[in-house]
Design a protein around this ligand. Structure first.
Ligand code: NSS
Length: 433
């Protein structure tokens, strides 16, 4: 079979009347109208309608078409017939059909609950919507690489097994590492920081793990984290990079993924304003005032939760930054703002309808100051010995950020839940499938 030539559904749809074709794929939909059997054939490129009909298709192959239940894998030989009524403008009149792998009683028929579908994720993933989202994800990943290659950043590979917390102990996943405790990484940041002393500008795209206490529509236990770190970079430099990256990906998808965006029903005009960098910047203090004006019961010093973020995102039609948070709301490694040492040189980027997609900062580069903060927060200095070393030998000002890839995809694709931004979401009490 492998020596024969096959065309994709996409190519078949472009071929002229009467072309002889051979296709392979899966039965997406199936209808038996007696004299005719309609099969919608699905492959990785798309779908095409196949018709087996009396007077054209030999009787024995009409019987094969009848047995080709939903999700059977099949091979079809036939002739292209251009017909404006067929989806995509053309269909295949079958001369020969072969079932490669039968499928009886496919467990997803439509109308099932989300819980049920999540149990059947390994099958649900074949749906047109999920397939399209995975294609968008692929194109998003490509656009990240495109961007960093053009900027002279080195792509590096941090470890997933670690021995200390980056973002606090509360969300650490503990692992038994030959009798000693280890943790799944929450962030590659400290390893990226170690790498800038030779490579200067680095980035990575890797999983991060968070044992989040609560289930929300935007938290996963395992998510993909794009992280960046650069020597000699100040907070504003890093913010510029972050918005350039985001606008690059928006342009890239609006230029190269219109088909996918249309298939999932995304209103792309909502993404247009984000093509250009220059996203709004507000200070944390201002964000609190905006929320108070809107009647939210919040005070300076309170954390911004999902609800508050959502209200703020309604103020802007592009992503925007919130900067200068009170130090106690943020991680120990952030550098204090010189003119307001109770605040840190931190920036979050919030995207419409989703909220925080990026968290970043300028890092504390002074050995004594960093050590003091580790002690103040009650952390074990020994665990951070190597991280402190980076400030002992040739310290430099540096900044970085982390982007939650699924959160960005939620925004780009207009999803109201994070589960479909990743093929196999890990966000519940059990790991299945
Ligand atoms: O905790 S962060 O805000 N920041 C860091 O981890 C830094 N150490 C990154 C850095 O500077 N290198 O997480 C960064 C982003 C955050 O803005 C979210 O978009 C995403 O990671 N994030 C998550 N996405 C999905 N699910 C969960 N649980 C999650 N937690 C963070």
């Amino acid at each position: 079979m492998s020596t024969e030539r096959y065309v994709s559904t996409r190519d078949a749809l472009r071929m002229s009347e009467g072309s002889e074709v051979r296709l392979r794929g899966w039965v997406y939909r199936w209808r038996d109208l007696g004299k005719r059997v309609f099969i919608v054939l699905r492959d990785s490129a798309g779908i095409i309608q196949v018709v087996a009909k009396r007077g054209f298709t030999p009787e024995n192959y009409i019987s094969v078409a009848r047995e080709a239940d939903v999700e059977s894998s099949i091979v079809v030989e036939g002739v292209i017939h251009r017909d404006p009524r067929a989806p995509g403008g053309a269909e295949v009149w079958a001369r020969r059909l072969e079932i490669v792998g039968p499928s009886r009683d496919f467990p997803i028929k439509g109308g099932e609950s989300i819980e049920y579908l999540l149990d059947k994720r390994h099958l649900w993933i074949r749906s047109r919507r999920l397939t399209t989202l995975m294609k968008l994800r692929h194109k998003l990943f490509q656009s990240y690489r495109e961007y960093f290659n053009g900027k002279g950043y080195y792509e590096v590979s941090p470890p997933m097994l670690t021995q200390a917390a980056v973002e606090g102990g509360a969300t650490l996943f503990k692992v038994d590492f030959f009798g000693k405790p280890a943790y799944l990484t929450q962030s590659a940041q400290f390893y990226l920081e170690a790498l800038i002393f030779s490579l200067e500008k680095v980035w990575t795209l890797a999983p991060s793990f968070r044992a989040e206490r609560s289930r929300t529509r935007r938290h996963l236990y395992e998510y993909w984290h794009l992280e960046v770190e650069a020597a000699w970079s100040r907070m504003r430099d890093m913010m510029n990079l972050a918005e350039e990256l985001i606008s690059h990906t928006v342009n890239s998808l609006l230029n190269n993924a219109l088909e996918e965006l249309a298939l999932i029903g995304r209103r792309t005009e909502e993404l247009e304003p984000a093509r250009k960098p220059g996203y709004p910047i507000i200070e944390y203090e201002e964000a609190i005032r905006i929320l108070q004006r809107k009647g939210v019961n919040i005070r300076y010093g309170d954390d911004l939760g999902a609800d508050e973020e959502r209200i703020l995102t309604q103020e802007y039609e592009t992503p925007f930054f919130i900067i200068y948070y009170p130090a106690e709301l943020k991680s120990f490694y952030m550098k204090p703002r010189p003119e307001r040492p109770d605040q840190v040189l931190a920036f979050d980027m919030l995207a419409p309808n989703v909220g925080e997609i990026i968290g970043g900062s300028e890092r504390e580069d002074n050995y004594e100051a960093l050590k003091k903060r580790i002690i103040e927060r009650g952390y074990n200095v020994e665990e951070y010995e190597w991280y402190l070393d980076l400030r002992k030998y040739g310290s430099v000002p540096h900044s970085g950020f982390g982007l939650g890839v699924e959160r960005q995809l939620m925004w780009l694709a207009g999803l109201d839940h994070i589960r479909d931004a990743i093929p196999f979401p890990r966000f519940r009490d059990r790991i299945y499938p």
